[in-house]
Design a protein around this ligand. Structure first.
Ligand SMILES: [Zn+2]
Length: 234
């Protein structure tokens, strides 16, 4: 079962901006947490982006279509001019079990206002994807209390666990997971005195930094012939 995970926005498109955080960063952190969870549950995972890059909406749908993904899940934060607007909603092209289930699990986990399922025929990631596609608006980044939640890793993990449970329910797969969700945080690597931020994944008591994340800050190459990894500053 292949799940395509889509972190909303990215690169030149920050998405909605709160007082101190951007939707694109929260969406990416959340999607990587969800991917780790679903991977542990035995799902095959693909991402439309795993770094802070811009991928246009049609391209995101095409990636999922070409890979014949079984389900597409897009993660976003909501925003409104009215700073009191709050709650969780799930967008979909047509009402489906996946949307209902994700909305139910999310709101029962967090207790945020249930804004329900919204039918959206106009969104490319929903109308250009050939598989069931849902877009979760976790909370309002424009609402100060909800922006604080969105920036709380433990809260985000609870949300992603809720989505993983919903996905399991839809595919009739038991939710069995050995470990807690890996904590994803940032760490700083100093290269020639210049500090660069990189994602750090804590799993089974060990810290991991992924090669693809390191590639964004240093030149790194692997020579299969002599099994040598070469590293140099960018
Ligand atoms: Zn968005």
């Amino acid at each position: 079962m292949l799940i395509c995970l889509d972190a909303g926005h990215g690169g030149k498109d920050p998405g909605a901006c709160g007082a101190y955080s951007k939707e694109k960063d929260i969406a990416l952190t959340a999607v990587l947490m969800l991917g780790s969870l679903l991977d542990e549950l035995g799902f095959d995972i693909m991402y439309t982006r795993t770094t802070d890059t811009y991928v246009n909406l049609i391209e995101r749908a095409k990636l999922a279509n070409n890979a014949k993904a079984n389900l597409f899940i897009s993660i976003h934060c909501n925003s409104a001019a009215d700073k009191t607007a709050c709650g969780t909603e799930v967008l979909c092209y047509d009402v489906c079990d996946e949307a209902n289930s994700i909305q139910t699990f999310l709101t029962s986990e967090t207790g945020l206002k249930n804004r329900g399922i919204k039918i959206r025929k106009d969104l490319a990631v929903l109308n250009c994807t050939s598989m069931t596609a849902v877009l979760a608006e976790l909370a309002f980044i424009s609402n100060p209390a909800e922006e604080a939640l969105l920036n709380n890793a433990a809260w985000l993990e609870r949300n992603m666990t809720a989505i993983a449970k919903a996905v399991c329910k839809c595919f009739g797969i038991p939710y069995l997971i050995k470990d807690t969700v890996p904590a994803v945080t940032e760490t700083v690597i100093s290269i020639n005195g210049e500090d660069k931020k990189v994602r750090r994944i804590l799993k089974d008591g060990e810290n991991y930094i992924r090669l693809r994340d390191l590639e964004s800050i240093i030149n790194i190459s692997y020579n299969a012939a002599d099994k040598k990894v070469s590293v140099s500053p960018k």
